[in-house]
Design a protein around this ligand. Structure first.
Ligand code: ATP
Length: 362
């Protein structure tokens, strides 16, 4: 346990600054003025335009030595490298690889008061976590693909035994700490892959199956990445923890978010053994940036994940109870139905949603 925890904040681009500042306000309300010490640092596509660096060395050093990093979002349309890929994403992609944040934890939970696009499901019936492998898979070869004379282009899907083992173990450990799937209370890890098509995915499945033998109390289940998109709509209550390769995890977590109110409701924690990066699962949403209409809830809920992760790491009950407090305040705001963010059909501005959460904390 420490007296004070150092948190780096990275506003980023688009709605990043609004939602990051909103989360900061909530963290101050939940933790008081001395438990967390914040330091804001530069990075993202806007910073790249000004300086030529998307992740300046000084920012990276700050993230490396801090207790945790809280990020808004990064990316500006049209700000791209010569190969056409977006600059902004490099802020968190570089952090993922350099800080070895191998498990990207994305809870999908339907709150009371939030209308699901799936009309038959109520709060409590959709409550699972997607664990996206975050340092290997198809995205690991970003920047290293081959473009042969503009006629043939390849990117390589990479997997290692160590990489799959650790994310599988992380997923089974997580299932042990949860209460099972809403449908039957069964602790379950679903392996999402295309083992029927590619060697890499068959390897992913085989290694997950080996790891499962150490967890007889957790059921292992398998789903192909295409089929799971249907299952997530038709039987979302069956899922407890889903572990997926990097790109599949990216895609299915947006789908999962779509079933529980949208990207504005989807938090994310990117965890390694020594570092944690926390941001909403959404991007910089340039279409709504600067208008005070973004939902800050994904980033606020990510801040709660940050407090719980820090609390568990440092056995600090103050942080764990602040995390519970933020999640309860969000639950209460949503259940009361008076402060409904734009992305859920309401008219509550980013600032109003933030104030409402702070009021419930108070
Ligand atoms: P990335 O690839 O970087 O994750 P993206 O291209 O998938 O980004 P987002 O920036 O996540 O795109 O935006 C997708 C859509 O979701 C946009 O229409 C955006 O306005 C909406 N959206 C994203 N985040 C929020 C939010 N916090 N509140 C309201 N709407 C949001």
């Amino acid at each position: 346990m420490k007296n004070t925890y150092d948190i780096v904040t990275l506003d980023g681009d688009g709605i990043g600054p609004e939602v990051c500042q909103a989360a900061l306000q909530v963290l101050r309300e939940a933790c008081g003025s001395s438990l967390l010490r914040f330091a804001s640092h530069e990075g993202g596509a806007g910073h790249y335009q000004r300086s030529g660096f998307v992740l300046p060395q000084e920012t990276f050093d700050a993230c490396r030595t801090a207790d945790a990093t809280l990020h808004g979002a990064a990316g500006i349309p049209g700000v791209t490298y010569a190969d056409g890929t977006e600059v902004g994403n490099d802020l968190h992609l570089q952090l993922r690889f350099k800080l070895d944040l191998f498990a990207n934890v994305r809870p999908i939970r339907l709150y009371q008061g939030v209308k699901s696009t799936l009309s038959d499901w109520k709060a409590g019936q959709i409550d699972y976590v997607i664990v996206r492998e975050n340092t290997e898979g198809l995205y690991a070869s970003r920047g290293a693909g081959v473009n042969l004379r503009d006629e043939l282009v390849t990117d390589t899907l990479v997997m290692t035994r160590k990489g799959v083992e650790r994310v599988a173990q992380f997923s089974f450990d997580l299932a042990r700490r949860r209460h099972g799937a809403p449908r039957d209370g069964q602790r379950r890890v679903t392996v999402c892959d295309k083992a029927n098509i590619l060697k890499t995915y068959a390897f992913f499945r085989a290694v997950c199956t080996e790891v499962a033998s150490q967890y007889p109390d957790v059921q292992i289940d398998y789903a192909y990445a295409d089929a799971i998109t249907v299952h997530m709509l038709k039987k979302p209550d069956f899922y407890d923890v889903i572990v997926a390769e990097n790109m599949f995890g990216d895609i299915i977590s947006d789908l999962g978010a779509g079933t529980v109110g949208g990207l504005g409701m989807a938090p994310s924690a990117e965890l390694g053994l020594d570092h944690g990066l926390f941001q909403g699962a959404h991007g910089s949403a340039p279409d709504i940036a600067g208008q005070d209409v973004a939902s800050p809830l994904a980033t606020i809920l990510s801040a709660a994940l940050m407090l719980r992760w820090l609390g568990d790491r440092h056995a600090d009950e103050r942080l764990r109870s602040a995390a519970d407090g933020i999640e309860k305040a969000v639950e209460e705001v949503l259940a009361a139905g008076q402060t409904v963010p734009y992305d859920q059909g309401g008219t509550a501005r980013c600032s109003e949603v933030t104030q409402a959460v702070c009021r419930h904390l108070g």
